[in-house]
Design a protein around this ligand. Structure first.
Ligand code: IMP
Length: 177
C-alpha cells in the first residue's frame, strides 16, 4: 500500500480570518483611492483572493494568471512560463499580486519581472504565506500573512497533487511510511 499522508493543522481558519482581516486593513489604507488591479496566481490563491476582496470596500479589479514551471513534483526547475495571461492592461495601473505561498521565490520573481515590463504605475506583492528557508531568489513581500516552517502545506487553496485545496485550515502533511 502506498504511504498515506497525515494532515496536521498549522493555522486554523479563525487564525487565517484574523490575518486576512489585518492584510485587508493594510491594503485598504494604501490602495483605497487608487482603483488597483489585483492579480491572483492560479490555482492556489483563489480562496485567499475571494476572502480578501470581500473585505476591500472600494473600487478595484481582479484578474488571475496561471503560471507553470517546467519541473515535476515539488521541485521547481526554475523555468516559469505563462499558461493563462492577462486580459486587461497593466500599463499605468497600481498592480498588487496576490499569492498563496512564496517558496523558492522563482514563480513570484518571474511574475514581478513579467509585469514590470508592462509598465504598471506601481507593483507590489501580497503573500498569505512565506517559506523563507527555501528561497532561491530574493523576493520582497510587501504584505505578508504568515511566515511558515519548511513543511509541505495544504488547505485554504494549497494542494498536494491537486488534493486538499478545500480544507478550511492551513495544514502540513506528514507522510507515514
Ligand atoms: P515557488 O516558485 O517555489 O516560490 O513556488 C510557488 C508555488 O509553488 C506556489 O504558488 C505553490 O503553488 C507551490 N508551492 C510551494 N510550496 C508549497 C507548499 O508547501 N504547498 C503547496 N504548494 C506549494
Amino acid at each position: 500500500m502506498s504511504a498515506q499522508p497525515r494532515v496536521h493543522i498549522l493555522f486554523s481558519h479563525d487564525e487565517i480570518k484574523a490575518t486576512v482581516r489585518r492584510l485587508a486593513a493594510e491594503i485598504k489604507k494604501d490602495y483605497q483611492a487608487r482603483d488597483p488591479l489585483l492579480i491572483g496566481i492560479l490555482t492556489g490563491s483563489f480562496m485567499f483572493m475571494a476572502d480578501l476582496i470581500r473585505l476591500l470596500d472600494f473600487p478595484l479589479e481582479v484578474e488571475f494568471v496561471r503560471l507553470s514551471s517546467y519541473g515535476r513534483g515539488r521541485q521547481s526547475s526554475g523555468k516559469v512560463r505563462v499558461v493563462k495571461g492577462l486580459t486587461s492592461s497593466v500599463k499605468g495601473r497600481d498592480v498588487l499580486i496576490i499569492e498563496d505561498i512564496v517558496d523558492t521565490g522563482l514563480t513570484t520573481s518571474f511574475l514581478l519581472d513579467y509585469l514590470r515590463k508592462k509598465k504598471p504605475a506601481s507593483l507590489k506583492l501580497c503573500a498569505l504565506t512565506d517559506k523563507p528557508s527555501r528561497r532561491q531568489t530574493p523576493v520582497i513581500i510587501d504584505y505578508l500573512g504568515f511566515t511558515v516552517p519548511d513543511k509541505f502545506l495544504v488547505g485554504y487553496g494549497l494542494d498536494w497533487d491537486e488534493k486538499f485545496r478545500n480544507l478550511p485550515d492551513i495544514c502540513y502533511l506528514e507522510v507515514e511510511e
